[in-house]
Ligand binder design. Structure first.
Ligand SMILES: Cc1cc2nc3c(=O)[nH]c(=O)nc-3n(C[C@H](O)[C@H](O)[C@H](O)COP(=O)(O)OP(=O)(O)OC[C@H]3O[C@@H](n4cnc5c(N)ncnc54)[C@H](O)[C@@H]3O)c2cc1C
Length: 388
């Protein structure tokens, strides 16, 4: 591959930052554009399972992520009912390289770690910038870009990492509208009591509420509930609405719900999905991350898939150079993995949304017998697909 290949990455989320680092690390010239005027990231936390941690190791940022986050060293996920009565403990596998099975981290901290690595590699970052026009004929070995500031530039590859509402996707897959899943997610960040060391998932009637440490002093509460399509709530009402939505949850969730008030860090998200069909490229324009495969959050894998995309892309480009064949092969390799995660996540969401008490009792009983088997089967299948 010619060392001077110049790649434009559109979007500085997890996918874009990870791809910029992985490509720059392999000697490509990278320009990263982000439409936000400053580094500003969602409040709330994120948890990353072993496969995502391994991908972050390959990106060179795992030590920083482990230092800033909170590792669940034994991989235990404690399932309770909404009153706090135990259902079952499930154990997630350690990463293939021996990192913890699950790490929780504040999203802003994760981006601080990624941004530091971008800085160390000298990646050119242009904030408050987006693409105004893309000209990438199918047979050309370049893409011509007009930026929002009026400047024009030619790139060997344009990577659309601009999230679920991707603008770049239009150039690859045409107009593709995200599908609303019927779920809203309510998230809040709290002080972590010293003795709150576990990842907890509470299964209610039509609702799920999770608790996850995301640092030495912080934890993160995340609750899923059906919300009507098109419903939006004023930001100032979020803490109170979150408290109301999950008012029936007791046990370890109760003190955190009781804390929710005007000063709380709360985020509401109406969950959407996107499944861009193959090919994920057109000419020299390629999609990665949520732009190609935004998933429901129930497997906690969207961020991991984004980092894996970055690592696989960097490996393929550094081994084979940039060509239509390689871009096609990238999509064909990643599509089954991401589709598998999306399908599994949707099913978990549906099981968590059962709205009558009898079905929920049956679900909880089935979890006692089968939840560990399901986790093992999911990670077994994921590993098999990743190896293809
Ligand atoms: C409620 C919820 C909980 C989740 N929890 C987890 C979890 O625990 N673990 C996990 O692994 N995943 C989780 N995910 C999924 C994960 O957050 C996403 O998959 C991941 O953030 C996708 O990263 P991305 O970089 O592809 O997209 P994004 O994070 O959306 O980043 C896109 C970036 O591009 C920028 N941008 C957009 N348009 C343009 C443009 N036209 N020009 C320039 N820049 C642009 C945006 O400002 C943004 O910075 C969750 C998702 C949700 C909704």
């Amino acid at each position: 591959m010619k060392q001077t290949s110049h790649v434009l990455i559109v979007g500085a989320g997890i996918a874009g930052c990870a791809a910029a680092i992985a490509l720059a690390d392999r000697g490509l010239r990278v320009t990263l554009v982000e439409k936000q005027a400053e580094w500003r990231f969602q409040s709330s936390g994120i948890f990353i399972y072993g496969n995502g941690l391994e991908a972050l190791r390959r990106v060179g940022v795992l030590p920083g992520i482990l230092a800033a986050g909170f590792a669940i060293e034994d991989g235990r996920n404690v399932y309770l009912d909404h009153q706090g009565a135990p259902i079952v403990d499930v154990f997630y596998p350690r990463s293939s390289g021996g990192a913890a099975p699950i790490v929780g981290i504040k999203r802003s901290e994760m981006h601080r770690v990624l941004a530091a690595r971008l800085g160390a590699l000298g990646v050119e970052i242009r904030l408050a910038t987006t693409v105004a026009a893309i000209d990438a004929p199918g047979d050309a070995a370049h893409a011509d870009i007009r930026f929002s500031d009026g400047t024009q530039q030619r790139f060997d590859l344009v990577v659309g990492a601009d999230g679920i509402r991707s603008q770049v996707r239009e150039a690859v897959a045409g107009a593709l509208v995200p599908r609303y899943t019927g779920f809203g997610v309510w998230r809040s960040v709290h002080q972590r009591p010293r003795d709150m060391n576990a990842k907890v998932m509470m299964m209610g009637v039509g609702k799920r509420l999770g608790i996850m440490p995301i640092g030495d002093d912080r934890l993160y509460l995340f609750g899923t509930v059906s919300e009507p399509a098109g419903r939006w709530y004023p930001k100032e009402s979020w803490p109170e609405r979150m408290r109301e939505r999950f008012a029936e949850f007791a046990g370890p969730a109760r003190p955190f719900l009781a804390q929710l008030g005007a000063h709380s860090e709360v985020l509401y998200t109406a969950v959407e999905e996107v499944q861009a069909p193959l090919p994920w490229h057109a000419g020299r324009v390629l999609l990665i991350g949520d732009a190609a495969h935004a998933s429901t959050p129930f497997m906690g894998q969207g961020g991991a898939m984004a980092v894996e995309d970055a690592v696989v892309l960097a490996d393929m480009l550094s081994s084979h150079g940039i060509s239509q064949a390689v871009l096609r092969a990238f999509g064909e390799r990643r599509f089954p993995v991401c589709r598998f995660v999306q399908d599994a996540s949707r099913k978990v969401g549906e099981a968590g949304a059962l709205e009558d008490a009898a079905s929920c009792a049956r679900r909880n009983a089935a979890m006692r017998d089968g939840a560990q088997r399901q986790v093992d089967a999911f990670y077994g299948e994921l590993r098999a697909l990743q190896a293809l």
